[in-house]
Design a protein around this ligand. Structure first.
Ligand code: GDP
Ligand code: MG
Length: 187
């Protein structure tokens, strides 16, 4: 069914001039841009975007531990400690430069966009995904440099977060409605 989702081209993606390629990937898959703007995020919006939700913090910890384990390494912090540390570095990352905020609309857009961006860690992301094509960063590299991993984009994870995130970054009147010429062939 037709859904909306939020994508942010993070500062590394903007500085590397990847905005066009990121948007093309979504447009090629049949998704429609219904909102778009450049924003220099402040601490307030970054903190609201990455809310310190306990389950999410733990999931970050789990993903990190798993990645270290696969490389035969061990990480001593608890999952929660990793989650909190990563959130702090994420807030620094998101406020470090301009981001392109984009709202996409289309059939199953939340799922399609997550599929197209690939796994969180560019080292592991599918080579045809946005994060796999445009990155090579890894958790251990990010940790060694005491920074968040650079993975070019953010995308909403589910319906609830998509609604919340779109309302955080866009006013209702900043979103437009129109028909793509190929819509009747897409769906
Ligand atoms: P996403 O939904 O795939 O972006 O992943 P998450 O919501 O789990 O994490 C949010 C962001 O935090 C990621 O896109 C990365 O930029 C960063 N990040 C997540 N986990 C780690 C980590 O273990 N170490 C570092 N350095 N950064 C991380
Ligand atoms: Mg996420």
């Amino acid at each position: 069914m037709i859904e909306r989702t939020l994508v942010l081209v993070k500062p590394d993606g903007v500085y590397r001039a990847l905005i066009g390629k990121v948007i093309s990937t979504f447009e090629d898959a049949g998704l429609k841009v219904i909102g778009i703007k450049m924003v220099q995020p402040d601490e307030d919006i970054a903190g609201k975007h990455y809310v310190a939700d306990e389950e999410w913090l733990l999931s970050i910890g789990r993903k990190t531990k798993e990645s270290y384990r696969e490389k035969g390494q061990e990480i001593k912090e608890t999952e929660m400690e990793i989650g909190q540390r990563v959130r702090n570095s994420l807030l620094k990352y998101l406020t470090s430069g301009p981001v392109a905020a984009i709202v996409l609309e289309g059939n199953s857009s939340i799922y399609i966009v997550r599929k197209l961006i690939g796994a969180t860690e560019p080292r592991k992301a599918d080579p045809y995904s946005i994060r796999g094509r445009f990155g090579a960063d890894s958790y251990d590299m990010g940790d060694a440099k005491n920074r968040s991993i650079r993975n070019v984009v953010h995308a909403s994870e589910d319906e609830k977060s998509a609604k919340r995130e779109i309302a955080l970054w866009f006013k209702n009147e900043e979103l437009v409605s129109y028909k793509r010429v190929d819509e009747e062939y897409l769906y």
